[in-house]
Design a protein. Structure first.
Length: 585
């Protein structure tokens, strides 16, 4: 049983997140329950217990009133009804920890729904024998093939060893030859076997000369002849407001052939459709930096190809690759097997859904000269390391039991002026890449909510709240608004330009060397003309430009130095129309 002393602070945090979110989440369901026990709660219990990690049900909050506590109809009866629902109405019975919490002066009931063991999933409602899965804040009935996905993972999957009605003639000769040579090179014992014996021992072929599904996917010339949907479907999802609202996707592509070819083609497609820039290192040599580190993209696509569900209940569904304005999304049928999201990337033994396919692909080379699988259990670790080294946010992994999805944030490249400004105002603050991008946008008048941050950079509510509060704690941002409408914006002490400044424009580039500091102090060569224009009056940025004749870049540079020198101050705030500059008294 969860003790009240433990739940109480957690509930406060939960409600704060829900108020930021303004709705339920995939992990939390709220019901009013002040007029009686909620109807249709059985589908939520089924969905929660089928979800990896389970979930939490809170009774006695009113979502329509900003999650205000309204209490339950009868505390004891409510607890009894919830326990009975989990125990008697579900098959198998669902474990649920129930407690009461005094929250904002009212007693509410909290139930933590435990995940049903994989060997017993999916949990169903006894009355109608229906099972549900959780998706964001909704409960959705499982289709027959989705039920079969759960059933198929009650024991170790072996679908990759399914015989295919094809023989060695269906193999790609170059791939097969390389595979055989690698096997003989890495194992002295393999040199005593014929080609067919090696293919049999490695799981490429069956004893009666048929290819296995693993062998066909890894080494076949064209596996889609037998399994048309075992490929990758890719598309760019266009943002709202495009010229033709009927066209929501662009550059559709389908990648087929054996796994090595699909991997190469999909990585090239991502590179072609994302931005790059040249960054010069300390050695003076330039290198291309991609929106998404190529190593991370390659490993994530390979992971989807290798660990997807290969059962007959999932073979009509391809892997999905989507590029949106905000993120790269890779989804494959089949949730994690004998693994949790929290363990991804950790050191230790790893569970592999398709054991034979993994073994084969360790000895298969792609066109770029790399093995499809570089090492056992190192793929996700390599993804995290490459993103960490690039200073980027780690991807969000979502496992709902029947599908696995990876969301990688699109980090727009910061312009040099923003980078210089951040390095100055945030000196000493340990900011991650998301926080730097958020801070740069705040500089240009953008305010953020918890929900907006999660929509732009894939993460859960807790992480978003930590990132935003971290900017506040560092003195870089401030909180405005009441609960339910909380926003985070730039700390007014850091405001440098009014609303009419133009971010991401050539005018934002630092001024030329002739406008640099004179050496006689922090003033620039243009400081005197700015001070003269402000003598006895306050002017907007636009008026200052008209009075001084300076370019926007030179004027911003001069104002920044004068404000640092405490000779000029700004009246107003970032994004506030009509902000004016004046001399400090």
């Amino acid at each position: 049983m969860i003790m009240d002393g433990v739940i109480a602070p957690q509930l406060s945090e939960i409600v704060a997140l829900l108020r930021d979110e303004r709705s339920d989440t995939a992990d939390i369901e709220v019901k009013r329950a002040s007029g009686g026990f909620p109807k249709n709660l059985a589908s939520t219990v089924s969905a929660m217990t089928n979800k990896p990690g389970g979930g939490t049900i809170v009774l006695g909050l009113d979502e329509s009133a900003d999650f205000a506590p309204v209490g339950v109809y009868d505390v004891a009866e409510c607890q009894k009804a919830l326990a009975s629902l989990a125990r008697d109405a579900m098959k198998p019975p669902v474990k649920i920890d129930i407690s009461t919490v005094d929250f904002e002066g009212t007693t509410v009931v909290v139930g933590h729904v435990h995940e049903t063991p994989p060997s017993e999933k999916p949990a169903m409602i006894r009355a109608n024998r229906k099972s549900y899965v959780r998706s964001y804040d909704g409960d959705y009935e499982l289709a027959d093939n989705e039920v079969q996905r759960f059933i198929a993972t009650r024991s170790k999957p072996t679908f990759d060893l399914t015989p295919v009605d094809a023989g060695p003639e269906a193999l790609d000769k170059a791939l097969a030859d390389f595979f055989l040579a690698t096997m003989r090179n890495e194992s002295r014992r393999m040199n005593k076997y014929t080609d067919d014996e090696i293919l049999l021992n490695a799981g490429v072929m069956t004893s009666d000369g048929k290819l296995t599904l693993a062998g066909l996917l890894a080494l076949g010339d064209y596996p889609q002849r037998w399994y048309p949907s075992l490929g990758i479907e890719a598309a760019m999802v266009l943002p709202d407001g495009t010229d033709d609202p009927e066209i929501r996707v662009a550059d559709r592509a389908r990648f087929d052939g054996p796994i090595p070819d699909m991997l190469d083609d999909a990585v090239r497609w991502v590179v072609r459709n994302t931005a790059t820039r040249i960054v010069f290192g300390a050695d003076g040599h330039g290198r291309d930096v991609h929106t998404y580190p190529i190593k991370a993209v390659r490993e994530l696509i390979a992971n989807a190809l290798v660990h997807r569900d290969l059962g007959p209940h999932a073979n009509n569904e391809p892997i999905s690759l989507r590029l949106t304005k905000n993120q790269l999304v890779i989804a494959n049928p089949g949730g994690l097997w004998s693994m949790t999201v929290g363990r991804l990337g950790t050191v230790g033994p790893t569970a592999r859904r398709n054991e034979a396919l993994v073994r084969i692909l360790q000895n298969v080379m792609t066109q770029d000269g790399r093995r499809v699988i570089e090492g056992l259990g190192t793929g996700i670790r390599a993804v995290l390391d490459s993103l960490d080294s690039a200073g980027m946010t780690r991807p969000r992994f979502v496992d709902n039991g029947i599908a696995f999805t990876v969301l990688v944030p699109n980090h727009a490249l910061l312009n040099p002026a923003d980078i210089e400004w951040i390095s100055r105002v945030a000196a000493g603050a340990r900011l991650n890449d998301v926080q730097r991008h958020v801070l740069a946008s705040m500089r240009h008048g953008v305010a953020w909510t918890n929900r907006e941050l999660r929509q732009h950079f894939p993460m859960d509510s807790v992480v978003a709240r930590v990132y935003l509060q971290g900017l506040v704690d560092a003195g870089l941002a401030e909180v405005v608004g009441d609960r339910g409408s909380t926003q985070y914006r730039l700390n007014r002490a850091l405001v440098a330009e009014p609303e009419n400044s133009r971010p991401h424009d050539a005018a934002d580039e630092p001024p030329s060397s002739q406008d640099a500091d004179t050496g006689g102090g922090m003033r620039t060569r243009n400081a005197a003309v700015v001070l003269d224009a402000l003598s006895g009056r306050a002017l907007t940025f636009q008026e200052l430009g008209e009075q001084t004749g300076l370019t926007a870049a030179k004027l911003r540079w001069a104002l920044m130095k004068l404000r640092e020198n405490r000779e000029v101050e700004v009246m107003g705030g970032q994004g506030v129309k009509g902000s004016r500059y004046r001399l400090v008294d």
